[in-house]
Design a protein around this ligand. Structure first.
Ligand code: GAR
Length: 208
């Protein structure tokens, strides 16, 4: 069984989707062994506790820079013997000390169709605000591996939804979460744990 460590910063609806999926027996070959939060008051921590999953708080505010924070995260991941790290609404960019040590072992969910509306500064509701400002007619979410560049690692799964004329950032976010994120993130995690994702020429392929 692979040890899955989930990193969170906020509400944790994607963590909840993973927990629900695990409880249904849909995540084959792995189990969530720890949830690490960058914020002490993240609601995601309550979700983990309710599901009986151990939690660790590594508060970003307690560290002066990204490097020292990333070193603390790396130490904890090693201590937890992580086989897979899932960023589920984790709002801190990890330094390359982590991305190199866990190359092709960190998965992120981003709420847009990468390479649109991604990179530094694109997170949470801001992504949907920018998509609506631009006037795109479809948007969606991307599950991808994490490398040294923000939102630039190999894409594992993507899914799209229509953008509606009367959408607000909140309604678009909700449609993307319900229809794409909460389905594709658990699926990608299960595929990883079943060793069904292979890498060729820096691209990820799902083996049927
Ligand atoms: C999700 O929409 C996730 O894709 C996004 O933040 C939200 C977190 O919600 N992540 C990013 O923007 C990362 N760049 P959640 O805490 O309810 O899962």
């Amino acid at each position: 069984m692979k040890n899955i460590i989930v990193l969170v910063s906020g509400g944790g609806t994607n963590l909840q989707a993973l927990i629900d999926s695990q409880q249904r027996g849909d995540i084959k070959g792995g189990r969530i062994t720890c949830v690490i939060s960058s914020k002490p008051d993240a609601f995601a921590l309550e979700r983990a506790k309710k599901a009986g999953i151990p939690t660790v708080v590594l508060s970003r505010k307690e560290y002066s820079d990204s490097k020292s924070y990333s070193e603390a995260i790396l130490e904890e991941l090693n201590r937890q013997k992580a086989d897979l790290v899932v960023l589920a609404g984790f709002m801190t960019i990890l330094d390359e000390c982590v991305t190199k040590a866990y190359s092709y072992k960190i998965i992120n969910v981003h709420p847009a169709l990468i390479p649109s509306f991604c990179g530094e500064g694109f997170y949470g509701l801001k992504v949907h605000e920018r998509a609506l400002e631009y006037g795109v007619k479809i948007s969606g979410a991307t599950v991808h591996f994490v490398n040294e560049k923000a939102d630039a690692g190999a894409i594992i799964l993507q899914g799209a939804v229509d953008v509606l004329n009367d959408d607000t950032p909140e309604t678009l976010q909700r449609r993307i979460m319900e229809n794409v994120e909460w389905k594709l993130l658990p699926r990608a995690v299960s595929l990883f744990c079943e060793d069904r994702i292979s890498i060729r020429d820096g691209k990820a392929f799902v083996e049927e």
